[in-house]
Design a protein around this ligand. Structure first.
Ligand code: PMP
Length: 448
């Protein structure tokens, strides 16, 4: 594939932007990222005219793919043509808030912000303000954006910043524990129960593996947070309006958190974040309450229109059937390929999310003939159970170099765009077709 124009653009970018990009993960493609010219349905076309099947989909926001249905596109254009924003409320903000409150079990009230990061920053501040406590519990391998309280690694005994520029004294308020480990949570609550403002958790770890919760794990988190008077915060920036349809992952798992953070799909492809939850807690945000929260662009009319039209379109059309069906087809096809050619890999994902994870051993072809097909719930009866990662430690054992060769050496060359590192989920959109799935499976077969 010829990448001359991307190469030239990258050289220019390097001289004016750190690492040549505006978000760190984009530079992970070696030796340099391709620059996109445009999107078309389930594809992107790069600056040199190369066409890829796109399973990155903007890293999650593009539920409908790159070609927006006419009514969605028209509503966005209309809003933009009426002046981009005003610094005073608009009706469309109320409509999107009402839509979310109608569909997501835990949401009575919601505040819109401009990114997933801003949503988790504000949710943590709100949880601290509401409880009068400082500490938060997070999952090792969880991701909640580029913010001081969660860019923390290590364990609850020795948390430390995972980025330069964050004081150790900030990290000390954050207690990272392994996902799916009830004993570890119980231990931190026994030691710090009356200091813990919230447990902040992705219902499914989507930035590190895809790791599914074991049966009963979220129910356990719900119970222990209630027992100690802490809040349970689901970070549904990725799973929101993707897993469990319009009810989000919380409806799929049947667990109602106190607060939920959203991003990505709820803005229909424009910059967005949101914090929703029980009215009594959300009312803590200024001006109703005393937890300060504000933003020039928050509730941006163009974003609100894009989010509302996208979700309404999904409510009225076969969007979730389509994306979940193709997701299942991809996972089943990949599972067959892996059983045949690379049993050291495991296929993870549910609904419209999928990822191939290196696990060294697989369940073997015979066991896979009776594999579950409903999307992974970490049920011990599943033949894949022992091979699915349960926490960040399992995912970390993945082999970076091998993945590199497959991604950059093979899949990209065959015109398949996968997420830029081996840990982040990939996404099916309404723009994808059976043919895109078949082309992708053929490419995986060749690569593996
Ligand atoms: N939370 C989760 C679960 C995410 O996956 C992300 C980003 N991928 C964020 C928060 C941060 O969102 P943003 O990049 O919009 O700030």
């Amino acid at each position: 594939m010829n990448h001359d124009r991307s190469r030239a653009l990258y050289d220019r970018a390097l001289s004016v932007m750190p690492g040549g990009v505006n978000s760190a993960v984009r530079a992970a493609i070696e030796p340099y990222p391709f620059f996109v010219e445009k999107g078309e349905a389930g594809h992107v076309v790069d600056a040199d005219g190369n066409r890829y099947v796109d399973w990155v989909m903007g890293l999650g926001p593009l539920l409908l793919g790159h070609d927006l249905p006419d009514e969605v596109g028209a509503a966005i254009q209309r809003r933009a043509s009426e002046g981009p924003m005003y610094g005073t409320p608009t009706e469309v903000e109320v409509e999107l808030a009402e839509f979310v409150a109608r569909h997501v079990p835990s949401v009575e009230k919601i505040r819109f912000v401009n990114s997933g990061t801003e949503a988790t920053v504000s949710a943590v501040r709100l949880a601290r303000g509401h409880t009068g406590r400082n500490k938060i519990v997070v999952m090792q391998g969880g991701y909640h954006g580029a913010q001081e309280s969660t860019l923390v690694e290590g364990d609850a005994a020795q948390p430390r910043p995972s980025s330069a520029g964050i004081p150790q004294s900030f990290a000390e308020h954050t207690l990272p524990v392994p996902f799916n480990d009830e004993a570890a949570i119980r231990e931190v609550f026994e030691a710090h129960g009356d200091e813990i403002a919230c447990v902040l958790v992705e219902p499914i770890l989507a930035n590190y593996g895809i790791v599914h919760p074991e049966e009963g794990y979220h129910e356990f988190l719900r119970e222990i947070t209630e027992e100690y008077g802490s809040l349970l915060v689901f970070d549904e920036v990725i799973t929101g309006f993707r897993v469990g349809g319009l009810g989000c992952a919380q409806s799929e798992f049947g667990v109602t958190p106190d607060l939920t953070t959203f991003g990505k799909i709820v803005g229909g492809g424009f910059p967005v974040g949101a914090i929703g939850g029980r009215a009594e807690i959300i009312e803590g945000f200024a001006p109703a309450g005393d937890v300060f929260q504000a933003g020039t662009f928050s509730g941006h009319p163009v974003t609100m229109a894009a989010g509302l039209e996208t979700l309404q379109y999904a409510a009225e059309n076969d969007v979730y059937d389509h994306v979940d069906g193709l997701g299942e087809r991809l996972r089943a096809g990949l599972t067959d390929i892996v059983a045949d050619r690379a049993p050291e890999y495991t296929v993870a994902g549910t609904a419209s999310m999928f990822k191939l994870i290196f696990t060294r051993e697989g369940p073997g072809r015979d066991a896979l003939e009776e594999q579950c097909s409903a999307g992974c719930r970490q049920e011990p009866t599943c033949p894949r159970y022992d091979f699915c990662p349960k926490n960040a430690g399992d995912v970390k054992a993945a082999e970076t170099d091998r993945w590199r060769r497959i991604f950059w050496g093979q899949m990209e060359d065959q015109g398949i765009f996968l997420s830029q590192n081996q840990f982040e989920s990939q996404f099916v959109s309404y723009g994808h077709t059976e043919a895109d799935v078949e082309e992708t499976l053929e490419a995986y077969k060749e690569a593996l």
